[in-house]
Design a protein around this ligand. Sequence first.
Ligand code: HEM
Length: 909
Amino acid sequence: MIPQISDLSWWRWVKDVTNGETKINTGVSVVVLVLLTYIFIVIGRRMQRRNNVDLRFPPGPRGLPLVGNLLSIEPDLHKYFAKLSKIYGPIIKLQFGRIHVIVLNSSSVAKEVLRDQDANFATRDVPIAVLAMTYGGKDIIWNHCNQEWRKLRKILTQELLGNTSLGSSYSLRRSEIRRTVKDVYGMIGTPINVGEQVFVATLNVVLNMLWGGIIQGDERIRVGIELRQLFNRSTELSLRPNISDFFPIFRRFDIQGIEKESWKIFGEMDRMFDSVIDQHLKFDKENSEHKQRSGKDFLQFLLELTETHDVKTRVTMTQLKALLQNFKENFSTKVVQISIECSPPEVTNGKENSGINFSTDPSRSTFALFPGFILSPLLTDLSWWRWVKDVTNGETKINTGVSVVVLVLVTYIFIVIGRRLQRRNNGDLRFPPGPRGLPLVGNLFSIEPDLHKYFAKLSKIYGPIIKLQLGRIHVIVLNSSSVAKEVLRDQDANFATRDVPIAVLAMTYGGKDIIWNHCNQEWRKLRKILTQELLGNTSLGSSYSLRRSEIRRTVKDVYGMIGTPINVGKQMYAATVNVVLNMLWGGTIQGDDRIRVGIEVQQLIDEMIELAFKPNVSDFFPILARFDMQGIQKKAWKAFGELDRVFDSVIDQHLKLDKENNGNKQRRGKDFLHLVLELTKKHDFKTQVTMTQLKALLLDVVVAGTDTSTTTLEWAMSEVIKNPEVMRKAQQELDEVVGKNSIVEESHMNQLPYLEAVVKETLRLHPAVPLLVPRRSITSSAVRGYTIPEGSRVFVNVWAIHRDSDAWNNPLVFRPERFFSSDDHLKKYGNIGNNFDFLPFGSGRRVCAGIPLAERLLIYVLASLLHSFNWKLSEGEKLDLTEKFGVVLKKATPLIAIPTPRLSNLDFY
Ligand code: HEM
């Protein structure tokens, strides 16, 4: 691709040829450039659209270019959507400008979205006007599903609207309701505006609960009226369709003045809240010794929370005011009017539409000012277009040549200006800092192969959170434990999906496994099966014999090579793969057959991991995906097909064996395959597993479990050999716990704290997955005050966090003892995933699902090798600890070491 761009010979024809000189013909070049750009954009969009066809969007009416369905929607949206659903079915898609709109019209699809995929749909799309009026969307209604939202919601539902609190504010409600009844009684026999009466009563009740403890009488009524006006204006503005929402590039023009008006209302409302708060604080100061006297209203309660030192409940002044804002729904006239409309006819004395019919009065309808009405004059009045007429002969015929050029130029200018504006707008959003990239490719050409080190280097310049642009992908890298905590704990739900590379999609049954699935019901089910059914204590206990036999075989194999240099990594790899495969289907295939299948699976998995993480142009520029320029997708499909056939054949063997041994199933011992095949026969939707899901599960265990464990073991052996004192202490512990007249069993694991510390220290200094498995942000959010755009690929640089000298003493030194010392952070260790200085298995809901097996396996293998043998390097050999970056951080050169036996009883080998 690069040579083609730099070879500009094709460009030379643009030279001015009329006088034979080599000067560039500027006029022609500009037109050609514009035309090419236009053609490129049109083709790009076509291809993207074709690609999207594969995605299969929900059906819906076709829209116009640019505006989509904006001009065809009807004012009563709810009825319009219901009408469409009769044609297109219960789930429909429309396009409002740049916004994809999805409408769910039946309870079953609503259930799928609101219950099964709740986490994915739990944020809101904040209109620009609302953003201005809600402290940047910091209230409960508009906030993302983050820690702040959780805290505010908890305060509202448990503290303010909890049973006790509501009970104690009953007198405030009662007095207002009684007053309303009295007011109505004063008007009996005469027509009254019921909506107005209900509204005043509601307003007074809510204000009394909010700050009735301090502000009373006329002052409260004045504040109430003012607030009511402000709230009504703000509700009207936030619901008014805004061109800036549909076409974000127009935002800076604020064509309808909605944003300006919103800021004005917000300013007035904020001042009003400030004044009420000031009155409260003043009152508190003056009556400091009699605080209880006036009873606790909500505001007083919230103000106390601003002073608490407990971060879990402390609220900032902004959050307090955002919470007060949320009571505005109680003031909305809309609510009252709807309730009246829904009342039986006798309430309104049989008169329909008594001036307050919300849905049929277009002047009051929310959608009366829909952009269709704003855009249509512009689009229908085409007089501005008439100058394109051919004026040379006075006729009114359109001059096609001129029109095409003008159209192309206008489109081009429009696109360029649009992009500029968007870029400037993005400036307001304040993305995390990072190195400047080139147009189109971003930072693709400046990244270095050892990504973890490159990111760590950048973080020294730009700080703990950085942004890069790789083609079309926004890449966010978190390099410190505190930002990692903000993302993986505080905003876990928003970062709990993964960005699936195209090759992975091909190799994981369309991303249907645990690792790559979205955070949906399928993922939850498979994860539960893996962690509870397959890796639960009982199941792991009953598969111990399968692990034990493999480890004993490895010890025997090593014994066969004593005194000679052996490739430790290779041995570890064979041991781990055999253990994992034995647990997967050791009860099904045995002997040579299992070894043959093992080798085949090993090769395929190696190939698949390499393909999955190879930089792929199709990932960086999705419109090029259909060309598969590097042939990665093709290779991925091939490898996947082969592995799928292996899985099918093992499953077939299992089913055949089942048939042959009908009624005698227990004989074989329960391997994973047996357990999951049982689940395919279930009729309970919650636990039933399809064949595809079964194979996706097998795939995950092999992919996630083998390379990570092998690599960690090779690093651990390297560090132990490099630090003889560590080897001595570990062996001493083994001799004390196991003794030299016995062999290591898994039951010893809990009594080997030093060896456990060796494993932890290995995972700290050489985290197997140095950047975790990248996450993807579901919606735009703020981290450390920076905007993380929706759909960003997020890397957590665990390698850098584990070497941070603020968290670790002498971080580059291998010292297992630090896990016992009180001065190092890891005295807290034990809570994997909660200590953000130590994240070898990640954290949050996507934390590694294989921790119980990984822990057992790592300590058990290491203990067996150190208990049975002494290890040293060959004479003159130097230990090379250079890393080789990949999704799994391996040793660049294999560890070659010589084992010598430690146990005198040959039966132990
Ligand atoms: C030394 C051993 C291992 C290490 C260091 C390790 C590390 C990790 C890491 C860092 C992640 C990503 C977590 C995140 O995004 O926050 C992960 C995910 C995962 N690991 Fe492991 N892992 C190991 C062993 C295993 C084993 C033995 C299994 C299976 C039996 C396994 C199964 C998984 C699965 C299924 C996921 C995806 C979880 C999800 O996305 O919900 N891992 N692992």
